[in-house]
Design a binder for this molecule. Sequence first.
Ligand SMILES: [Zn+2]
Length: 161
Amino acid sequence: MTIFRNITAGFLIFMMIQACSQNQNKQTPMIQPKIQKSAEEWKKQLSPLQFHILREKGTERAFSGAYWDNHQKGTYFCSACHQELFDSETKFESGSGWPSFYQPFGKSSVSILKDTSLGMVRDEVVCQNCGGHLGHVFPDGPNPTGLRYCINSAALSFEKK
Ligand SMILES: [Zn+2]
C-alpha cells in the first residue's frame, strides 16, 4: 500500500509540474478571471446556446444572431457577467454575419489567447472578467486599429444609449 501511495503521490507531482510547464509555454498568459463558476452554475444562468458559446468555445451560425445587423447606438456587455465589452461606435459592416468591432470598450474588457483548435492558429477573444469565450480577432479590420473582433451575438447583451 505504501508503495502504491508513493507512486500515486509521485504521479500527482509529475502532473502538477506538467501543468505548470504547459502554462509557461502559452504565448499570452491568461489573466485569472475575477468571476469563477462551475459548469453547473453557468448552466443554470445561461441559455443552452450561450453556454455552448461562452463556456464550450462554440460558434453561432453566421447571420443567425441578434446583433450582426444591429445599427442602434449603445453598449455591448458580456451576456454572462455584464462586463462592458464593445461600444456601437466601433462596430462596422464586415459582411461576415457576426457582429464585428475594430476595438474593445477598454483595456480591461477582453483578453486575447492563442487558439490552435481546428488545425488553425487564431487569436481567441475572451471576457477578461469571467473568462467566457466571445469570438476571435483577425488582422483584416478597418482603421484606426486594422483589427476585426468577430464576436458571437449570444455572448453579447446590448443596451441602447
Ligand atoms: Zn464576462
